[in-house]
Design a protein around this ligand. Structure first.
Ligand code: C5P
Length: 235
């Protein structure tokens, strides 16, 4: 069955510092969004990519996509995004034509995800999981804190969850399409990933191994790392 991918790329990228919307910043001279589209289109199963662009930037994003080579087999749609990632994904889902029973959701901010990770996610959905997330163990110990009593005051630590049971999750996350659509129609609480909406439906979410090169470009140091990974690939 053909697979569609939704790439939310409508974020400002404030944590990266001043400049263009994050997805349009370049890595190795190529916009991060183009890297992300190519990374998903590298999977032979992916036949359609829906790019969710900044509302004021759809024309610019369309011409960028036209100007960069993509596999012949891949169709591209560009739709305007919303004020949160969640809303942007929902708008992307609404633009999906019939016929794609598996949907991947992938952050434009993870431009370097290897195709093997994309394929592993697709395989696990094909094997019957309604939702699949690439996941990695944590290097750092994680603390749960309480909000500080006042700004500038220390945050009291209240718990240290068992690190061996925690995972950092990445994208693309893969879904049975009907399940993901139902999740976006039903769940109205704020979430930071799509799988958590499926969890709220009570559906099973499973992990596959993530990849360190699927990291999210969020802060300035991540740009340094992304440039280094690209340079190493070009050796
Ligand atoms: O801000 P964060 O790094 O979590 O954003 C993850 C992804 O969601 C990025 O690719 C960003 O462009 C996208 N996003 C969006 N619409 C928003 C906010 C974020 O498409 N309103």
């Amino acid at each position: 069955a053909p697979v569609a991918a939704v790439i939310p790329a409508a974020g400002r990228g404030v944590r990266l510092g001043p400049g263009a919307p994050k997805a349009l910043r370049t890595l190795g001279g190529t916009p991060m969004l183009i890297h992300a589209v190519r990374a998903l289109a590298a999977s032979r199963a992916v036949r359609l990519v829906v790019v969710v662009a900044p509302p004021e930037g759809t024309t610019e994003v369309k011409s960028l996509l036209d100007a960069h080579a993509l596999p012949e087999r891949t169709d591209i749609l560009v739709v305007p995004g919303g004020s949160s990632r969640q809303e942007s994904v929902r708008l992307g889902l609404q633009a999906l034509p019939p016929g794609h029973d598996i949907v991947l959701v992938h952050d434009a901010a993870r431009p370097l995800v290897p195709v093997d990770t994309v394929d592993a996610v697709i395989e696990a959905v094909r094997a019957g999981a309604p939702a699949v997330v690439p996941a990695l163990p944590l290097a750092d110990t994680v603390k749960q804190v309480e909000p500080a009593a006042a700004p500038g005051e220390p945050e009291p630590v209240v718990a240290t969850p068992d690190r061996s049971l925690l995972r950092a999750v990445q994208t693309p996350q893969g879904f049975d399409r009907a399940t993901l659509v139902r999740a976006h129609e039903t769940v109205t609480t704020d979430v930071t990933d799509d799988a958590s909406m499926v969890e709220q439906l009570g559906e099973r979410v499973v992990t596959v191994p993530g990849h360190e090169e699927a990291f999210k470009v969020t802060r300035p140091l991540d740009l340094v790392l992304a440039e280094a990974v690209l340079a190493r690939r070009r050796l």
